[in-house]
Design a protein around this ligand. Structure first.
Ligand code: ATP
Ligand code: MG
Length: 578
């Protein structure tokens, strides 16, 4: 490819609303152009990157035994009603009517359609297992589209769906995909971590996320440097503190804390550490067996320096919401900021594991302007029942790893892939049944596997860039190498040598760009760096006289000279060394 014929449209300044480096660089490098919120055109340079990512994903999926098809972008509402997701998917699902007033959606994912295929095509155990996948545009009307294509509304996903006669075979395929995804992200040149996103390790009922490590990532990952434990923050277990609870040293005392409604303020006033305080969070269960407000009202206790984990809390309580001021007043006779567990009122109390292990702690006194200090379980209030001692907080750095093999660290990541054991959720709803070898009718076991193709382009840049621009890993760079002649339009010898080298590299199968624009060398070099092309060969009049070219790797500080005649071999060596 020649730059004069390709469409290079780099710009100096990114729009001010582009917060992430990858978003800024993709716009500056002319990879994408915005059409509307979360909706982008892939410009020629960007599309090459997307196509390379797709090719690697396709190759590995095929190698793993999956088979490609392509399902319609537009899907009838009836299928979504059958699975019950017409109601549950919510406003992320883009719905519209055709000219006959029939409801349709633009697919955000394709479980319904593939299950419809499965129920028609896979009637016998002899047809199983099957793994179908597609690489295709999706639309999700995200509440907050942002960071360019990282969280777009229209984006490209590889989505795969496997069907099995029994659970053991689903587990086998799940492991196969776990390995395939690991191979894909390794080939893409990404630093990533596989994290448990649901209960259990691979093989258990579960789900794993593939996270590209980047400080700007939206997800937090807890991992243990001394073992292979890794889980997303929503899931990572906070184990009970080791050892016995210390015996009480202080007497319980009611202390005035006027205007101090936050644990931090109370700790400061009382000259105590934040981790000696307890915060009480009032919530209301949306579906509680009891019918009164008190029956729905629950107090959660968390250590002052910890954060509530709403996903974990929901597992304990079912759906809940935070209590309103008047509900807190009714339930505890006190306003928020001074509430606590010591009360003669009726309510349900759940205690985080670390709070259950505390002694001599500080909590609200259920009297506005007052807290208690020196509070102890079993003396000042009843010991919590074991079933009300729960894990409802986020883990923090330094917590023990749940596998007992060290301490947890936290790092941020970008979710680029997700594998999931769906079991019979969709096959049961859509009656996708098959006849087993004894003639019995059974719902198929099902797995689903997603990769965010377009998000990967952004995630790769987030991980690989410098002050001059993108530093693409070679497998996904828009071009593997570029030939930059100095004076292409003025000097016939330079032009001839550049054309000859370019032809030689193309013939050798190298994806090379000939930089033949009539621009100053500084502009050409800056653009090739911004685009992230990993290898650069410069041809100049002076070099030709000496029979040399100048080579520079994208991350190298200085260039090196090499014989022009062995330029191809030099590139091959550099490719092999990278
Ligand atoms: P997220 O938690 O980021 O919203 P998700 O759980 O909704 O992701 P899945 O339904 O598992 O995502 O989709 C599979 C993959 O598609 C994700 O791992 C991600 O890489 C990609 N993806 C999901 N939503 C978007 C989006 N809005 N823009 C770009 N890629 C996306
Ligand atoms: Mg989502």
């Amino acid at each position: 490819m020649r730059t004069s014929r390709h469409f290079i449209s780099t710009i100096k300044e990114a729009p001010s609303d582009a917060e992430l480096v990858s978003h800024r660089l993709m716009i500056r490098a002319g990879m994408i152009r915005r059409l509307a919120a979360g909706i982008y055109t892939w410009m020629p340079v960007g599309l090459r990157v997307v196509r390379k990512i797709e090719a690697i994903v396709r190759q590995e999926m095929d190698r793993a035994g999956a088979t490609e098809l392509s399902m319609p972008l537009v899907q009838p509402a009836e299928l979504w009603q059958e699975s019950d997701r017409w109601g549950s998917y919510g406003p992320e699902l883009l719905r519209f009517k055709d000219r006959h007033e029939r409801d349709f959606v633009i697919q955000p994912t394709s479980e319904e359609v593939i299950t419809d295929i499965a129920r028609a095509e896979l009637r016998s155990y002899r047809r199983l297992p099957v793994h179908f996948y597609q690489i295709q545009s999706k639309f999700r009307d995200e509440r907050r589209p942002r960071f360019g294509v990282m969280r777009g509304r229209e984006f490209v996903m590889k989505d795969g769906y496997s069907f099995h006669a029994d659970y053991a075979d689903l587990e086998r395929e799940y492991r196969n995909m776990y390995d395939t995804y690991s191979r894909i992200f390794t080939r893409l040149g990404l630093r990533f971590r596989v994290v448990a996103a649901d209960t259990g390790a691979i093989g258990g009922t579960g789900s794993h996320e593939f996270q590209v490590l980047a400080d700007s990532g939206e997800d937090a990952i807890a991992y243990c440097p001394d073992s292979d434990y890794a889980a997303n923050l929503e899931l990572a277990e906070a184990v009970a503190p080791p050892g016995e609870r210390a015996a009480p040293k202080e007497a319980k005392e009611k202390v005035p804390t006027p205007g101090k409604t936050k644990c931090e303020e109370v700790a400061e006033l009382l000259k105590l550490q934040l981790k000696q305080t307890v915060k009480a969070i009032a919530v209301v269960r949306e579906e509680a067996p009891e019918s009164t407000i008190i029956g729905h009202f629950v107090l959660l206790l968390i250590r002052g320096d910890h954060d509530l984990n709403e996903v974990k809390a929901e597992k304990v309580l079912g759906k809940f919401r935070f209590a309103k001021d008047e509900e807190i007043q009714t339930a505890l006779g006190c306003r928020a900021g001074y509430i606590g567990p010591i009360s003669d009122k009726m309510f349900t109390l759940y205690v985080d594991r670390s709070v259950a292990a505390m002694g001599d702690f500080v909590c609200g006194a259920n009297d506005a302007g007052f807290h208690f200090r020196g509070v102890n379980w079993g003396r000042d209030l009843p010991d919590p029942q074991p079933s009300f001692i729960v894990d409802i907080r986020n883990v923090v750095e330094g917590d023990p790893s749940p596998d007992g093999k060290g301490i947890l660290r936290i790092q941020r990541g970008i979710e680029v892939g997700h594998i999931f054991q769906l079991r019979t959720k969709y096959s049961a709803a859509l009656k996708a049944v098959f006849l087993d070898d004894k003639g019995a009718s059974k719902p198929m076991e099902m797995g689903c596997y997603g990769i965010g193709i377009t998000r990967i382009a952004a995630a790769a840049i987030e991980q690989h860039h410098d002050e001059r621009g993108i530093v693409f890993p070679r497998p996904i760079a828009p071009f593997e190498a570029c030939v930059v002649p100095i004076g292409f339009h003025k000097n016939a010898a330079v032009r001839e040598a550049a054309e000859k080298l370019y032809a030689e590299l193309v013939a050798a199968g190298i994806d090379v760009l000939l930089e033949d624009r009539d621009e100053r060398p500084g502009v050409l070099f800056a653009d090739m760096d911004l685009l992230g092309i990993p290898h650069r060969l410069v041809i100049s009049e002076r070099g030709l006289t000496a029979g040399t070219i100048e080579y520079k790797g994208r991350t190298q500080a200085t260039a090196e000279n090499a014989p022009l005649a062995s330029a191809l071999q030099l590139l091959k060596d550099k490719f092999a060394a990278a």
